[in-house]
Design a protein around this ligand. Structure first.
Ligand SMILES: NC(=O)c1ccc[n+]([C@@H]2O[C@H](COP(=O)([O-])OP(=O)(O)OC[C@H]3O[C@@H](n4cnc5c(N)ncnc54)[C@H](O)[C@@H]3O)[C@@H](O)[C@H]2O)c1
Length: 385
């Protein structure tokens, strides 16, 4: 159970790049990192607009002298301080992740970076080498993986409760872009601009989330090949707003991921169902405290977060006990707690003995997007993974 007790002598000095006023994802990074007081927000380059970023930082009670115009200024100034930042979170649009993450790692900072990590496998592998050389910890921001029931799902699979895995059905298909909303919203506009979003819109923006959950829950399954069909239903959109990816694993299991932002009427539409030879599990991100567990021939069950019958490692992430709902903020906090623990262990020269969304998850996500695009651009041909 997480109860706020500390495992390090003092909070880690932490900064944010991006995530400024009005951003979608900035607040949950701060809320999650600061929840258990393992981090202290001491600096930031919060906004593409320096003045707005500095004003915002002041309102977060960050020392105005440590609210910088951009990430380069932040890294240069903080590197000179004896009490400079030790870790940084990057919550900027996709096209900036590579250069900012590279600069931060090379300056000796631990990095928590938004997904998708970057645009190409070549860039992702370059970052992987820099992470290895630097000895620093890198997390990729797959926040849904911090839900307790994802750990429970992982343990059910690991313990053979489902039997051999046959089928994985996943989707992250919301309806938020059913109309040309990019004409009014800056956050929607950069997502459909290939220069800023990368080679895909929904495949990278939403599809990589269920993909990562499948990696956490089914670590033994390795993708052998995939095929992808993508299209844009809203006229004039340069990148796809809908895509279907079919995957085949080495084990013979099959999967598909529906990535969409034109699933009209769906608020979120992020679900999965994993089918084994004996039983299936199903989860819905809008009801994250429950995991359906259906054994063939028996009455279907719904497992509840916080319950005593869950596997021990799932109960370890519990914060309030059963019945009380927990949500995305707790899931993200769990991952930021892991980030702090990983940094503390690494700095002490000790091994990190738990799973987390590290650089390899970032590389796989980028590779998956690249392969999906390659297949889609070749009339949905099978592409080896
Ligand atoms: N993990 C998740 O669940 C999740 C959810 C939403 C978004 N994201 C990812 O988070 C990132 C940001 O998305 P968003 O929706 O918050 O975008 P947004 O457009 O709402 O906000 C981006 C923020 O970054 C700032 N910014 C832009 N360029 C900058 C730069 N060079 N230096 C400093 N600040 C800069 C902007 O001023 C703004 O404050 C994207 O990579 C996106 O894919 C992840």
């Amino acid at each position: 159970m997480i109860n706020g007790e500390k495992f390090s002598e003092r909070p880690i000095r932490w900064a944010m790049i991006g995530g400024g006023r009005g951003s979608q994802i900035g607040y949950i990074h701060r809320s999650a990192a600061l929840r258990d007081a393992n981090f202290e927000l001491v600096a930031g380059a919060f906004d593409i607009n320096p003045e707005r970023g500095k004003d915002f930082g002041k309102n977060l009670h960050v020392d105005p002298d440590r609210c910088y115009s951009d990430y380069k200024e932040l890294i240069a100034a903080e590197s000179k301080r004896a009490d400079g930042v030790e870790a940084v979170s990057i919550a900027t649009p996709n096209f900036t992740h590579f250069e900012i993450a590279k600069a931060a790692l090379e300056a000796g900072l631990h990095v928590y970076c938004e997904k998708p990590l970057c645009f190409t496998v070549a860039e992702a592998e370059e970052l992987e080498k820099i992470v290895e050389k630097s000895g620093k910890v890198m997390f990729i921001s797959y926040g849904y993986a911090g839900h307790q029931m994802i750990e429970q799902a992982r343990q059910l699979v690991a313990n053979g409760d489902l039997g051999k895995i046959r089928i994985i059905k996943m989707q992250f298909a919301h309806g938020g872009n059913s109309a040309p909303v990019e004409k009014k919203s800056g956050a929607a506009a950069w997502r459909v601009d290939p220069k800023k979003s990368g080679p895909s819109f929904v495949i990278g923006d939403v599809g990589t989330h269920p993909l990562y959950l499948s990696e956490v829950i089914l670590p033994e399954l390795k993708i052998k090949r995939l095929m992808c069909k993508r299209e844009s239903f809203v006229e004039g959109r340069a990148l796809e707003d809908n895509a279907m990816t079919v995957m085949e694993y080495d084990s013979g299991a099959v999967a598909y991921i529906w990535s969409s932002s034109v699933n009209a009427g769906a608020d979120f539409g992020f679900t999965f169902r994993i089918v084994g030879e004996k039983a299936s599990i199903a989860w819905d991100a809008e009801h994250p405290n429950q995991l359906a567990y259906q054994i063939q021939g028996q009455a279907p069950a719904v497992l509840q977060r916080g319950a005593g019958y869950l596997y021990e490692s799932a109960r370890a992430d519990d914060r309030i006990g059963g019945g009380h709902p927990e949500g995305l903020f707790e899931a993200w906090s769990n991952l930021y707690t892991k980030f702090a623990k990983a940094i503390t262990l690494r700095e002490a020269g000790k091994p990190i003995d738990f799973w987390y969304p590290g650089i390899e998850a970032g590389v796989t996500g980028v590779k998956w997007v690249e392969k999906c695009v390659e297949s889609a651009n070749n009339d949905a041909a099978w592409v080896n993974f």
